[in-house]
Ligand binder design. Structure first.
Ligand code: NDP
Ligand code: 8X3
Length: 254
């Protein structure tokens, strides 16, 4: 039987690269995103290679997620892989300058959206059993603090602990869970974070040889196709150019 992968946030970046990668490998796809035009164009393109079902849905909308998943056509009903990828960062200002609406949006998307998708698909993943996988898009921001990360990093720390905790509850089901923790990757992520500021976007990646969405898609494909008895709990990736900057010290105190 053909395997089906459910990818949230397939309209750009990692999600889109994953859709292409899994389509090339002959998997069936359920693709989600809010931008209807982009999603439809991708579905139309990939349906020349494999079976594709597009869902224009906002992961923050619990009722819409419930009905989209409940209404999956029979041929897409059995899910072997879930890529919980939809997510975003908004801003890098220090916490006292932040807009609470932005914080709400990050929590609603990165935490609650991921939570809804996971819970709604768990019965299908468990029914698939051995060989099924959940790949959650965490981040280095969930592992290390940096200025301006505040709520974004905290949402990714949630993703890390949720992933580990899920493993406990999925014992005996055969369903695997991985928290994938990338560092600097080139995608629209930074355009969204910098509210469309292309100059800041360009400066972020200049000379850094950042990880590309294709690198992430290759990694996720590998994670989902490792032998069924192997679970990669966490996997942190950085471009070679990226390391740590050390601790900050306030020297105005004496
Ligand atoms: P992109 O901005 O390129 O893609 C984000 C995707 O998420 C889009 O398809 C977007 O689709 C979707 N999305 C955002 N909000 C919602 C929502 N409310 N409902 C449904 N879909 C939504 O970013 P990346 O591909 O780089 O990021 C993917 C994931 O990887 C994110 O979780 C991010 O935090 C994480 N990550 C990114 C890193 C990076 O440096 N790029 C590093 C580490 C982790 P649409 O707007 O159409 O809804
Ligand atoms: C995205 C990576 O370093 O911008 O999660 O937080 S970082």
């Amino acid at each position: 039987m053909t395997s089906t992968v459910f990818i949230t946030g397939a309209t750009s970046g990692f999600g889109e690269a994953c859709a292409r990668k899994f389509a090339d490998a002959g998997w069936s796809l359920v693709l989600t995103g809010r931008r209807e035009e982009r999603l439809n164009a991708l579905c139309a393109e990939l349906s020349k290679k494999t079976k594709v079902h597009g869902l224009v849905v906002d992961v923050r909308d619990r009722a819409a997620m419930e009905s989209a998943i409940a209404g999956l056509p029979t041929e897409f009903a059995s899910i072997r892989g879930l890529i919980n990828n939809a997510g975003l960062a908004l801003g890098v200002d220090p916490a006292p300058k932040c807009d609470l609406d932005d914080w709400d949006t990050m929590v609603d998307t990165n935490v609650k959206g991921l939570m809804y998708t996971t819970r709604l698909l768990l019965p299908r993943l468990i029914a698939h059993g051995r060989g099924a996988s959940i790949i959650n898009l965490g981040s280095i921001a969930g592992n290390y603090p940096y200025p301006g990360s505040h709520v974004y990093g905290a949402t990714k720390a949630f993703v890390k602990q949720f992933s580990l905790n899920l493993r406990c509850d999925l014992i005996g089901t055969g369903v695997r869970v991985t928290n994938l923790e990338p560092g600097l990757c080139e995608s629209e992520f930074s355009l969204v974070r910098f509210a469309g500021d292309k100059e800041r976007y360009d400066a972020t990646y200049a000379g850094a040889e950042a990880i590309q969405p294709q690198d992430i898609a290759d990694t996720i494909f590998w994670l989902m196709t490792t032998p069924a008895h192997v679970n990669v709990n966490s996997l942190e990736l950085m471009p070679v150019s990226q390391t740590w900057a050390g601790f900050a010290i306030d020297r105005t105190r004496g």
